[in-house]
Design a binder for this molecule. Structure first.
Ligand code: NOJ
Ligand code: CA
Length: 565
């Protein structure tokens, strides 16, 4: 909606340049490209298979750029597609400067990068900084003898007593975090699988090698990295035992507080160094940051905003679907001073469709969640298929499990296969993902929740995503405006304003299964209008204007409207 004539000049000066700034690095609000961008995580094994081997690949991604552009995606984060024995499906890298043949070649990547650039889509890769594969040539050398050139590139220690590991640290993937290597009679440390030995970041040679890997990819047009497992880069050199907590975890190991092997302060120095190199290329660093509160999250931006530009707010994925809970969390993150980074799904967490869904209204709830996190102040990172309402397809038999933690922790821990199933392109065989046998089975829901069907249905989850993303890209208040919480004591309806100079957008989300009545007085925010102009709604009753004094909301309704000053 355009402003009144009196405000036209301000609008032109302040807001209009934003409309055309999508491809520029810095917009009129001094936002950098990644602040205005919508990111989309692609799990390459599962996105699109170009050669019928049942495994997605780089050419497959390349063939879907039109879809991503139409959806409203500005950058894709591709999880590891480098050479790897695939014990942890790519998070065990054996060569950081190549593409795994199962995904294609460096030439395929070059083609993808060129084509993505043409589409105005940037590429972010996954840098696995904490560990390598045990098949990486660095580790092969390291384990070859106690005096090997790269011995100190990993964390090697003598056992405590005969047969006992150096301390009580537990791997997050089950069992001791130490594996004995009989060839040299010492233990090596691995926070994840034994096939993922931790690098020794206290060794300057490791530091330089990894920084150089980032440079290598920037030269090939990569626009940034998602840094894997940054919390675990450093360990206490004294190897103090971690405090033991009551009970056992899903693998039957004693619960522990990871006091001496996670979130050590030394990590910030590394982040500053990686950031300096990223800044040389205008690149972005996104962090896999499992923080417990906003104070911890804040530390990852760096004291002088010189560490991660985008530490992920993964706390968001733990919240219950409830208006007061989201309101409280959003307020805390918005006020924390850093640029918020919202995520509702990824390849390690049960899909948002199941997590927030109540089993009866999952489609409607998926639309509410999309409208929520895509209209907040901050950058959003989507997970492939979330825009279709893809659901988890967990294995039902242990022998079908591909993810090793699912086999080890069965049946309490079923692993992460369920959230990694093939993208649902159509309702045909294997959801149109592959002409062969897919590496993971597609759920029955592909018959209804797929791209081909949903494109045609104006009320589909996909079309809600498309409309909200299009608004986000074109409406200055939604893109750059402040966040102002409204009706803060409402237990069911989450409402807020996004304001940019003389414009405001009102977002109203009924997070309950009952109809609700809401009323807004926006005079304290400087808006005297008594009605909103509808930009988008999921309600069956669609009106061009909605009265603010009394707004009737259907169950799980989304209403987004602009408010003239
Ligand atoms: C986090 C990744 O997201 C996960 O998939 C992986 O297993 C671990 N880091 C280890 O790299
Ligand atoms: Ca393939």
């Amino acid at each position: 909606m355009l402003p009144k004539a009196g405000h036209l000049l301000v609008f032109i000066l302040v807001c209009l340049p934003l409309l055309s700034s999508q491809s520029t690095a810095i917009d009129a609000k001094s936002h950098e490209w990644w602040q205005d961008a919508v990111f989309y995580e692609i799990y390459p094994r599962s996105f699109a298979d170009s050669n019928g081997d049942g495994i997605g690949d780089v050419k497959g991604i390349n063939s879907k750029l039109d879809y991503l552009k139409q959806l409203g995606v500005d950058a894709i984060w591709i999880t590891p597609c480098f050479p790897s024995p695939q014990v942890d499906f790519g998070y065990d890298v054996s060569d950081y400067e190549n593409i795994d043949p199962m995904y294609g070649t460096l030439a395929d990547f070059r083609d993808l990068e060129k084509n993505a650039r043409k589409h105005g889509i940037r590429i972010v890769l996954d840098l696995v900084v904490n560990h390598t594969s045990d098949q990486h040539k660095w580790f092969i050398d390291s384990r070859s003898s106690r005096t090997a050139a790269k011995r100190d590139w990993y964390v090697w220690r003598d056992g405590k007593d005969a047969g006992d590991p150096p301390n009580n640290w537990i791997s997050v993937f089950g069992g001791s975090a130490w594996t004995f290597d009989s060839a040299t009679g010492q233990y090596y440390y691995h926070y994840f699988y034994p096939q993922q030995p931790d690098l020794n970041w206290r060794n300057p040679a490791v530091h330089d090698a990894m920084v150089n890997v980032s440079r290598w990819w920037y030269k090939r047009g990569v626009a940034g990295f998602r840094l894997d497992a940054v919390d675990t880069l450093f360990e206490d050199p004294q190897l103090h035992d971690n405090p033991v907590l009551p009970g056992v975890n899903k693998f039957g190991d004693p619960n522990e507080e990871d006091k001496y092997n996670t979130k050590l302060p030394e990590v910030h120095e590394v982040l500053r160094d990686l950031r300096k190199v990223a800044d040389e290329s205008g690149a972005v660093l996104i962090g896999e940051t499992w923080t417990k509160d906003t104070a911890e999250l804040k530390q990852y931006y760096g004291e002088h905003s010189n560490e991660l530009q985008m530490p992920m707010d993964l706390m968001f994925t733990k919240l219950k679907f409830s208006a007061p809970i989201f309101r409280q969390h959003i307020a805390a993150v918005d006020a924390s001073g850093g640029w918020p980074v919202y995520v509702i799904s990824n390849h390690d967490i049960v899909r948002s469709y199941n997590r927030y869904g109540d089993g009866l209204h999952n489609d409607a709830i998926a639309k509410v969640m999309a409208s929520l996190y895509l209209t907040l102040r901050g950058t959003a990172i989507m997970y492939y298929g979330e825009e279709l309402g893809m659901e988890n397809n967990d294995p039902v038999r242990k022998e079908d499990v591909k993810d090793p933690i699912g086999r080890l922790g069965w049946p309490i821990e079923k692993g992460r296969d369920g959230e990694r199933t093939p993208m649902q392109w159509n309702d045909g065989p294997n959801a149109g993902f592959t002409g062969g046998t897919p590496w993971l089975p597609v759920p029955a829901s592909h018959k209804t929740h797929n791209v081909e069907n949903e494109v045609k249905d104006p009320a589909s989850i996909l079309n809600v995503y498309r409309r909200v993303l299009s608004l986000r890209h074109t409406n200055p208040a939604l893109r750059d405006g402040n966040y102002i919480a409204l009706n803060e004591s409402d237990p069911n309806v989450l409402s807020y304003l996004r304001t940019c100079e003389n414009q405001a957008v009102l977002v109203v989300l009924n997070m309950s299964a009952q109809p609700q009545q809401v009323s807004f007085d926006l005079a304290p925010q400087g808006f005297v209008s008594r009605s909103a102009h509808t930009l988008m709604t999921t309600m069956s009753r669609k009106t061009a204007e909605a009265g603010l004094a009394q707004m009737a909301l259907e169950p799980f309704a989304v209403y987004i409207g602009s408010i003239p000053r």
